[in-house]
Structure formats: C-alpha cells, structure tokens
Design a protein. Structure first.
Length: 207
C-alpha cells in the first residue's frame, strides 16, 4: 500500500495542475479515525466506510479542481438592462474548521452593464463551484460576488447566503434552527441604498 502511494506522489510532481484527490490517502485517514474512536474498522458495517467517505469528500470538494471564472461568459446575443435576481440556489459546502457540511440557499442579484447578461444556469454553476470546496460562508459569499463582478463587469452585484452549519446545529452550542446570513455588496448596490433595498426585498420576499 505504501509503495503504491509513493508511486502516485512521484507521478504528480511533473504535473502542474492542482493535484487530483488522493482517495487512498483519505481512506487511510478515515480508517485511523475509526480506530481512534475505538471501533473495529474491519467489522462488516465499516469495511467499506473509508472508501465511501473518501468518495464523499472527493465529491464535496470537486470545485477545487474547477476554474469558477469559466462560468462567467456573457450570452453573445441576449441583452437586458434591468436587475437580474436568481434566488434560492441550493448550496452544500464544507466548513473548513470542522469538515462538517453547511447547507443553505444562495441568492445572486446583479445589474447588467451595456446589456451583458449570463445564462441563469451559469450563476448556479458559479455558486456550485465555489461551494464544493473547503469553505467559510463569508469567503464563499465574497468569492461568488467578486468573480461575477470581475468577469461580467456589471454595474452592481449582491450575493446573500443563508445557511445552517452542522458544526453549530449538531454539536457545540446545538442551536438547531440557527441560520447564518452573509452578504457581499459591490458596485451600484453599494453606492445606492434604494437599489440595494429593492434587491433585498425581492430576495427575502418582504417589502
Ligand atoms: Zn464549523
């Protein structure tokens, strides 16, 4: 097993891309967690658990190997000048402090400049790429906003994320209903409180 792992490492040194996930190494770590818990990792129920967990973490961090800016390409033929809001984009991310999931909704608003707009699915892909990483909700929010602002060059961008963190709802203070709300406000949304209020009321559904 050790030889195999070293071989993989050597192959990687010539590769300039982000290293692929080393599932075997993660599985070994999970096996150690099971042993640390006093469990027998070889009992039938746990035999495949290390590999399953490795696959799960690979999936939950798949955005580390994607370039989010690839999703920010304006539609060539369609133009629109009014505010665009896509709300309730489901996100699932991993808190980097506990490797515990946090799940919630992401709302993205922007005001196009010179008619430049994105396909709506691209906004969801952007949120997905950044959430499939080890994250902090604050950074997730600003990363989505900054990438959209830099790539599309709109008049303004606003991103709001509401999420429940399992590291808070299941353990520690155990506030089961606690939601964390973060926002990032750029450009015209920052300078014009009325536009910001309009976007916020459309997002929250309140006047
Ligand atoms: Zn946490």
């Amino acid at each position: 097993m050790a030889t195999k792992f070293e071989q993989k490492k050597a192959d990687r040194s010539t590769d300039t891309r982000l290293p692929e996930v080393d599932r075997e190494l993660i599985a070994r770590g999970v096996r150690m967690i099971l042993e640390g818990l006093g469990e027998n990792p070889d009992r039938p129920g746990l035999q495949d658990t290390p590999e399953r967990v490795a696959d799960m973490y690979a999936e939950l961090t798949s955005g580390m190997h994607e370039d989010p800016s690839q999703h920010v390409v304006p539609l060539p033929d369609d133009k629109h000048d009014e505010m665009v809001i896509v709300k309730d984009i489901s996100i699932a991310s991993l808190c980097e402090h506990h490797l515990a999931p946090f799940v919630g909704k992401c709302h993205i608003a922007y005001i196009p400049k010179e008619g430049r707009i994105l396909g709506i699915s691209k906004l969801a892909r952007l949120a997905e790429t950044f959430s499939r990483r080890l994250q902090l909700q604050e950074r997730l929010t600003t990363d989505i906003a900054n990438t959209l602002f830099e790539g599309l060059k709109p008049i303004g961008v606003m991103v709001v994320i509401e999420a429940a963190h399992t590291c808070m709802t299941l353990r520690g203070v155990r506030k089961a209903d606690a939601k964390t709300v973060t926002s990032a406000v750029l450009g015209g949304f920052r300078t014009d409180p009325r536009t910001r209020a309009e976007a916020m009321s459309l997002i929250t559904g309140r006047e």
